[in-house]
Design a binder for this molecule. Structure first.
Ligand SMILES: Cc1cc2nc3c(=O)[nH]c(=O)nc-3n(C[C@H](O)[C@H](O)[C@H](O)COP(=O)(O)OP(=O)(O)OC[C@H]3O[C@@H](n4cnc5c(N)ncnc54)[C@H](O)[C@@H]3O)c2cc1C
Length: 297
């Protein structure tokens, strides 16, 4: 993975439509945790301006979502739906309400409209990991962009070796996709979960997600890693996997930087030589490691 961007990302970034939000209806809305909501999008009923003609997202790519009258933020796809013909219908996003825009987007009820620009950025390129074990490591809301990695691998199970999913959450109540984790386990995904802070009903692991690496008995020589979470979590996880012998070029991280245009026009998300909206968010750790160590970049 070299972070060169998928063809879909490049065409969206160079066409004028990359600047114009298309209207989508919230078809369904599920409250995952106290502050996190997953929405599924559908085309609106009736004539609405700028309905997206084609929005084909790959796992790892993101959209700029508009809460009308409030603002626009980058949000990854958390499920690719069955859109049919590459349309956004069925596209899912999982949003954590942390500020004005994400709070407004989380509050949109079924039937309400949101704006969508995209797809933007590089994807996880799951297919390039065929024949290898997948090591998927998530911190908090970072599980959202990684969900399509699990779903893609399960949809084509025989192409991949072990699927190991290591998840860290702040508390048991913050754990995303609880029911789905159980289903993935039944489907053969090796899921391990840890929390920073347990509650009285928690019998599982407590501590950093990196503590889950050793018990997973990975085969670094034949694995590809996909990591998403806070910067510090991605750094320590990637360093731990590299120390086990996994080459940094087979460790992929998803960088988060403040973004404005999403299409490499404004420079807001510059990180050293990268524009994260175009050259990321998914970047090989061989390129990302040095950039992630410099706080000022
Ligand atoms: C490529 C990409 C994909 C993302 N995918 C998701 C996703 O799938 N689900 C999701 O819930 N969020 C995702 N985010 C983060 C999301 O974009 C921010 O939470 C959002 O921009 C906050 O906007 P706001 O107006 O709600 O809050 P603000 O008022 O802008 O911020 C509220 C708080 O969050 C912090 N914050 C804002 N933006 C970021 C950021 N990019 N990284 C770290 N901290 C930030 C601020 O410093 C502040 O403390 C993604 C970000 C990027 C760059």
């Amino acid at each position: 993975m070299t972070g060169q961007g998928t063809p879909a990302a490049r065409s969206a970034a160079t066409e004028p439509s990359a600047a114009v939000p298309c209207f989508y209806r919230v078809a369904s809305r599920r409250e995952d945790t106290g502050d996190t909501v997953t929405v599924e999008l559908a085309e609106p009923d009736g004539p609405v301006p700028a309905v997206a003609p084609v929005l084909a997202f790959a796992p790892g790519q993101f959209a700029m979502l508009t809460a009308f009258g409030v603002g626009e933020v980058p949000i990854s796809v958390s499920g690719l739906g069955d859109g049919g013909g590459g349309r956004a219908r069925g596209l899912q996003h999982t949003l954590r309400a942390v500020g004005a825009v994400t709070r407004a987007l989380c509050a949109v009820q079924p039937g309400g409209l949101i704006g969508v620009r995209g797809p933007f950025g590089t994807g996880w390129d799951v297919a390039s990991a065929a024949g290898r074990d997948l090591v998927i490591v998530a911190g908090g809301i970072g599980l959202a962009p990684l969900r399509p990695v699990v779903l893609t691998a399960l949809a084509d199970r025989s192409r991949y070796g072990r699927i190991v999913l290591l998840v860290g959450a702040r508390t048991p109540a913050d754990l995303l996709y609880g029911g789905e984790l159980d289903r993935w386990r039944r489907d053969g995904v090796e899921v391990a979960v840890t929390v920073d802070q347990a509650d009285s009903g928690w019998n599982g692991e407590v501590g950093l997600v990196t503590a889950l690496i050793k018990p997973a008995r990975l085969a670094p020589g034949n694995s590809v890693a996909f990591i998403c979470g806070p910067d510090i979590m991605m750094r320590v996880t990637a360093d731990a996997l590299a120390a086990l012998g996994l080459p940094p070029s087979r460790i992929r991280v998803s960088l988060e930087r403040n973004m404005r245009c999403g299409a490499a026009w404004c420079g807001h998300c510059q990180l050293g030589p990268l524009l994260v909206c175009r050259d990321g968010p998914v970047v090989g750790y061989d390129r990302a490691a040095a950039l992630m160590r410099v706080r000022e970049l």
